[in-house]
Write a protein that binds this ligand. Structure first.
Ligand code: 3PG
Length: 209
């Protein structure tokens, strides 16, 4: 189940996390992200339009679009129907994972402790979102948490900015790094698509070392 999300994320290395206030902005946002070199994006289910945004951005064609902040099975189903190719959650919920399995869509649960990593591994998954990565201790936490779990692959997200990228991406257990800094709600509200393109291009360049 995780093979496809692993290949998408390990190829992309950067996952822009988007909280999009209105579906009208989905097109220009997808244009700006792809122009900056992004290959995937996570649309959070934190706004009423999220489902429509997933649909519009998936139809755009240039990005592998996933759904984020998925807290319930019902949201997971709606996200997948809308075209989400993967599902990300801030924590681990057995029902969300079971629903994603039934729908055959890759799911990345959030973890903040060793116990949670163990729970995810026991559920048969091996990709976890370390969330919120920076408040938890950043690289120090990542290294300590990765050490006992050689099978686990991490998607650190939360409080991350461009300066943190090389450090995280140099760790062999890190699949990709997620974050909202490349395309914040503020950028979208101001219509600053050029800023989004620039920040995305900068992140993509840093990710290549
Ligand atoms: C998420 O849901 O992944 C986070 O809100 C993204 O974290 P960030 O906004 O601190 O980058």
């Amino acid at each position: 189940v995780t093979a496809s999300v692993v290949s998408v994320l390990s190829g992309a290395r950067i996952l822009p996390v988007l909280t999009v206030p209105s579906v009208a902005t989905a097109g220009p946002l997808a244009d700006a992200l792809t122009a900056g070199g992004a290959r995937c994006a996570e649309v959070t289910f934190r706004t009423p339009d999220a489902e429509q945004v997933v649909k519009a951005m998936a139809a755009h064609g240039g990005l592998a679009v996933g759904a984020g902040t998925v807290l319930t099975s019902e949201q997971a189903e709606r996200a997948v129907v809308a075209g989400a190719r993967f599902v990300v959650s801030p924590g681990y919920d057995a029902e969300v994972v079971a629903t994603c399995r039934e729908l055959d869509v890759p799911v990345v649960p959030g973890v903040a402790t060793a116990t949670e990593v163990m729970r995810v591994l026991r559920a048969g998954l091996d990709t976890v979102k370390l969330f919120p990565a920076e408040p938890l201790g950043g690289m120090g936490m990542l290294k300590a948490l990765a050490a006992p779990f050689p099978r686990a692959r991490f998607l650190p997200t939360g409080g991350i900015g461009p300066a943190h990228l090389p450090g995280y991406l140099a760790h062999p257990a890190v699949l990709a790094v997620g974050g909202s800094w490349m395309a914040t709600t503020g950028h979208v509200e101001r219509g600053d698509y050029d800023g989004i393109r620039r920040l995305t291009a900068e992140a993509v360049e840093r990710s290549r070392g």
